[in-house]
Ligand binder design. Sequence first.
Ligand code: ADP
Ligand code: MG
Length: 245
Amino acid sequence: MLTLENLSKHFGGVRAVDDVSLTISEGEIFGLIGPNGSGKSTIINLITGLYVPTAGKVTLDGWDLTAMAQHERTSVGVARTFQNIRLFGNLSVAQNLWVAQNGHEQRRAHFLSRWFKAGGEHAPDVEELLRFSQLHSKRDVQASALSFGEMRRLEMARALASNPRVLLLDEPAAGASLEDGQLLAERIRAVRDRGVTVLLIEHMMELVMGITDRIAVLNFGRKIAEGSPTEVQANEDVRAAYLGS
Ligand code: ADP
Ligand code: MG
């Protein structure tokens, strides 16, 4: 469904992503792991169009995403979360979702307040997302006043608000407790069960090994292994890459 074909991204002399090919099947939870700086976030940035590849391409159902602008990729069903949370801190939880749902991301937050007064944020999908993300009691709280875990939940809910087919999660459990990680795992499974394909970048190994169908491992921008969680854990090159970092 989602394929990376000989994808490369160089920054000057740094080969952040170096000739990576991957195929992610529909309905799969696919893990992407590797030491810090191995190119994981760069791959998400290439899929969403934040970066232009040095070589290679990304396709969705055979369509060349690399020829599309970022907003077009959103409209064909690609959504992401950021490793460093990006929310509209001065808007409420519900307003953050409403903005994402209506594709007004590009507009400045301070232009939006008058639209909220017209009642647009009461769309039912937003209510459903609030419940799903266990943020219902916080619907009118400013995003900047949320706890870290709540911000992470809102970040994922925002990505879901665009009704994606593919959800790219960049370290969604970073800074979270093991318990929060388990709740996150349940939510990721629930997302997949609704038919969304998930690409999960994550450091919390319990989470990655527990919920992914397949995993690819990066080291210095190159794919060094791919397989089931059990296969990847037993791989000597993978062990060496993690011990060496
Ligand atoms: P990971 O997410 O696996 O930790 P990244 O994809 O963020 O790794 O980074 C891979 C490499 O590319 C690193 O060496 C990083 O410094 C470099 N890199 C990433 N983005 C940029 C950029 N915008 N400009 C220059 N170098 C970058
Ligand atoms: Mg990263």
